[in-house]
Design a protein around this ligand. Structure first.
Ligand SMILES: Cc1cc2cn([C@H]3C[C@H](O)[C@@H](CO)O3)c(=O)nc2[nH]1
Length: 225
């Protein structure tokens, strides 16, 4: 009856468009050993028993957007429920960006049939009703679509080679609707910090340090008392 509730760590999601600099941002936090750092499981999406669902999703979206987003949801849920003894869990993206950005985009551009979309929504609702997904802070790496697109071109991931600028622009709008305009849920301001991720590496350190104040808050309080 009195099962000891697993202590949820202070959980932070780093959200942002493709090319917004999430991986670089997360690298900045590798030096803190009080943080359980969980990057996006792209390598799992690239190799599911030898199948690259990530590549197939971009190459043949009508057929593979659904299995890809289905698998993304499973892999993200596993990270959400992954326990840690560390006081802070820092995740790259979340089930929320899957639901409110990528899946919405794929429905609107017709690569997800409405039947597929509703199956995914049923999963999201079931997970929401049956499993507590801890979210204490969202760090939104806010970019312009142009800057994000330039970075994608420079990074040149094979699977993203055919992604058009329009796609990045639409994903930007979806992130803005979700996080800035509160279309799906209104993250109370205390719950989110917005960084100017257009800044290049030479100038972004002040933004990183500003985010440290919020990300590391739980351990800073402990150390001060
Ligand atoms: C949660 C979530 C992450 C995520 C990433 N992606 C794509 C965007 C990028 O091209 C790549 C890595 O973020 O995967 C997607 O299509 N759907 C997603 N859903």
């Amino acid at each position: 009856l009195f099962s000891s509730q697993p202590k949820h760590p202070f959980t932070v999601f780093v959200e942002g468009n493709i090319g917004s600099g999430k991986t670089t941002f997360l690298k900045h936090f590798e030096k803190f050993n009080d943080i359980c750092l969980l990057t996006e499981p792209v390598e799992r999406w690239r190799n599911l028993n030898g199948v690259n669902l990530f590549d197939l999703m971009y190459k043949n979206p009508e057929r593979f957007a659904m299995p890809f987003q289905n698998y993304v949801t499973l892999t993200m849920l596993k990270l959400h429920i992954q326990e840690t003894s560390k006081p802070i869990k820092l995740m790259e993206r979340s089930m929320f960006s899957a639901r409110y950005c990528f899946v919405e985009k794929m429905l609107s551009n017709g690569t997800l049939h409405e039947g597929m979309y509703h199956v995914l929504q049923e999963w999201y609702n079931f997970i929401h009703d049956h499993h507590h997904v801890q979210c204490d802070l969202i760090v939104y790496l806010r970019t312009s679509p142009e800057v994000a697109y330039e970075r994608i071109k420079k990074r040149a991931r094979d699977e993203e080679s055919c992604v058009p600028f329009e796609y990045i622009k639409d994903l930007h709008e979806l992130h803005e609707n979700w996080l800035i305009h509160g279309q799906f849920f209104r993250p109370a301001q205390k719950l989110m910090i917005v960084l100017d991720a257009n800044l290049d590496l030479e100038n972004i350190n002040s933004e990183y340090r500003r985010s440290e104040l919020s990300v590391l808050k739980p351990i800073m309080i402990e150390n001060t008392n």
